[in-house]
Design a binder for this molecule. Structure first.
Ligand code: ADP
Length: 598
């Protein structure tokens, strides 16, 4: 009943996770190329540590043999010394290996995250309409976390345990081939139970992740909207909902616990019985005189090392599968070419600043069948104010988004000084457009940072001048840290009017040729309202302005008032002209909707 996300897409995504794509592995390895020197150095250390591990059982065996046969302290001492040397060399090699592989993994994942973030934020706006924020963030954090170790630590471990397995088997054969054959006979039993239970556990694991993802979605939504939840006192409702989701994953977690337990138990039992069998048969050979005590000891230790390596390799395989699944989702983003590039194209040397929308038909990519703009024509002359009015949902904000080139029209064209805006460099084009939204957003940082967002190279004088014109200077000065006051989620809380004035200063310092303005609908207190209005009047001076108007004074001052209804222009003219038509939409609108400024 909770359709917060697209079930089918989600399923497809999760199913993909378990599918192994060799091309992805190859690509991951290619991506780790900058870490190659570190990885190679680590590999050398790894070979050393593997060799010492392989030598260890031999030395243990010889100590036991010394004890059992020669009773000589000299021999015991030299064998023990050999063992100590091997341990020290092995430990140093392990230290180097572990440090270097970890380092390579960290470097790798940091680079992946940087690239991924850069790919994400360069996508066109329509992409963000489709993707859930939580999902994109999870790609950045958990998916890249999963692949962190895949091509560095995991591959090296795979290498390490392979050496160990092959080495152990060879040494086992050398020590006693008959016992080795007997032992290897038990391996298929273990392999079959591993495959069987492995599948079951993987399936349960996937279901578990699905359920967990559901509860995360609930949690994320509730926490980020805590104010609304609180004001409606819906805490208990969401606690229940979350508990229900968690219970779903807990039920699967319970089955998972049983399955893992049974699996470990069976593997353990088979392995122990195998050891008993080997000890029994081996001991008989020792009694027969066909095997020495020392060799039996080495043999048992090699068997243990073999078993451990096999166990590690199987857990590595699951990590690999997960990593390849995650990389699949990461590569999907890497490879996505944005429908609208963020930069590149023409610039116009001495722009006039005239914009024309011709026969614009448009539907949002997420709702292709809902025609939002239906053949819209609009000309914005230099230095004029155009006010967009009309019923909510009529398409006013969409017109602004089209001018910003957040979306491209399905048909028709938008030209700037006669040039299609698709041919213009978006950085340049958006640079000459200023935008002040209804609900201004300030970023974490100082007030100064937020103002210079509009122009990185602005001097302090310019910042102050912009703030003065935006009626923001005096309240900023009153803060203890002035322009260095930190705002944003963890900073000083500003009032709605203050935020708006900072947003206006931010647009002011950009000195845009064209200004897009979404007038706030929410009422401010009279004082604030007056200051914001003054700031807006100031910033509108000498610019081509398009304003989504909610106030009577704005439309009265506009050169042209455009009534947009159901994606079409219904009426156009000055306030006076339009008001003269008592049957017109505008006449009614003024009577009912536009707020007076008294
Ligand atoms: P107005 O600004 O006049 O209130 P809008 O331009 O916001 O109207 O909306 C026009 C239509 O487009 C509405 O039907 C709205 O539901 C739809 N719409 C707006 N934004 C989006 C979006 N990002 N994705 C899909 N549909 C949208």
């Amino acid at each position: 009943e909770k359709q917060f996300y697209n079930q089918a897409a989600e399923e497809k995504r999760l199913n993909k996770k378990v599918e192994v794509k060799h091309s992805n592995l190859k690509r991951l390895i290619q991506l780790s190329r900058p870490e190659l020197p570190i990885i190679l150095a680590a590999m050398v250390a790894l070979v050393f540590s593997s060799l010492t591990s392989l030598a260890m059982p031999y030395f243990f065996g010889s100590i036991v043999q010394v004890v059992a046969t020669t009773h000589s302290f000299n021999n015991l001492n030299s064998s023990t010394l050999g063992l100590v040397i091997i341990f020290v060399v092995g430990s140093v090699a392990t230290l180097v290996r572990s440090w270097l592989f970890y380092l390579a993994g960290q470097k790798f994942v940091a680079r992946i995250r940087r690239n991924l973030f850069s790919s994400i934020i360069q996508q066109e706006i329509g992409y963000f309409d489709q993707c859930r924020t939580g999902e994109l963030l999870s790609r950045l954090s958990s998916d890249s976390q999963v692949i962190q170790n895949s091509v560095t630590v995991n591959i090296s471990m795979l290498f390490r345990y392979s050496i160990q397995i092959i080495g152990s088997i060879i040494l086992l054969f050398i020590t006693n081939w008959r016992l080795t054959l007997l032992m290897l006979g038990i391996v298929p039993v273990l392999a079959i139970s591993t495959v069987f239970y492995g599948k079951k556990i993987k399936q349960l694991g996937k279901q578990f992740q699905d359920e967990l993802a559901k509860s995360s979605t609930t949690g994320e939504e509730v926490i980020s909207n805590i104010r609304t939840v609180r004001s409606f006192s819906k805490e208990q409702k969401f606690i229940d909902l979350y508990s229900k989701d968690i219970n779903g994953s807990f039920l699967i977690g319970k089955s998972l616990a049983v399955a893992t337990g049974v699996f470990s138990g069976i593997v353990f039992l088979v392995a122990q019985l195998a050891i008993v069998l080997i000890v029994y048969v081996g001991a008989r050979q020792v009694l027969d005189g066909t095997l020495s005590t020392g060799d039996l000891t080495s043999f048992l230790l090699y068997t243990l090392s073999l078993a451990m390596s096999l166990a590690f390799i199987s857990s590595l395989m699951t990590d690999f599968l997960k990593a390849i699944g995650s990389s699949d989702r990461i590569f999907e983003i890497f490879d996505r070419v944005p429908a609208i590039n963020v930069s590149g194209g023409k610039q116009i040397p001495n722009p006039l600043g005239e914009i024309e929308l011709k026969d614009i038909e448009f539907s949002y990519p997420t709702r292709p069948n809902n025609n939002v703009l239906k053949g819209l024509n609009l000309k914005l002359k230099k230095g004029t104010i155009t006010a967009l009015v009309g019923p909510s949902g009529g398409g006013k904000s969409t017109v602004i988004a089209m001018i910003e080139r957040f979306y491209d029209p399905n048909s028709g064209s938008i030209t700037f000084d006669g040039v299609d805006i698709k041919e213009l460099d978006p950085v340049w084009y958006r640079g000459i457009i200023g935008y002040v939204s209804q609900e201004p957003v300030l970023f974490a940082g100082s007030i100064k940072d937020n103002i210079t967002f509009g122009n990185d190279s602005a001097s302090m004088d310019e910042i102050i001048s912009a703030a003065e014109k935006a009626n923001a200077h005096s309240f900023i000065e009153e803060f203890e840290n002035g322009y260095d006051t930190i705002v944003g989620e963890r900073g000083v809380r500003l009032s709605g009017g203050q935020k708006q004035r900072i947003a206006i200063a931010r647009a002011m310092i950009q000195n845009p040729m064209i200004l897009l303005l979404d007038e706030a609908t929410s009422a401010l207190d009279a004082e604030s309202e007056y200051l914001v209005k003054q700031a807006i009047d100031e910033i509108m001076k000498d610019r081509t302005v398009v304003v989504i108007a909610h106030r009577l004074s704005t439309v009265i001052n506009a050169n042209t008032v455009v009534v947009i209804n159901q994606g079409k222009i219904e009426e156009m003219g000055t306030h006076k002209e339009l008001l003269n038509n008592p049957d017109g939409t505008y006449h009614n609108l003024v009577k009912r909707q536009l707020s007076s400024d008294e």
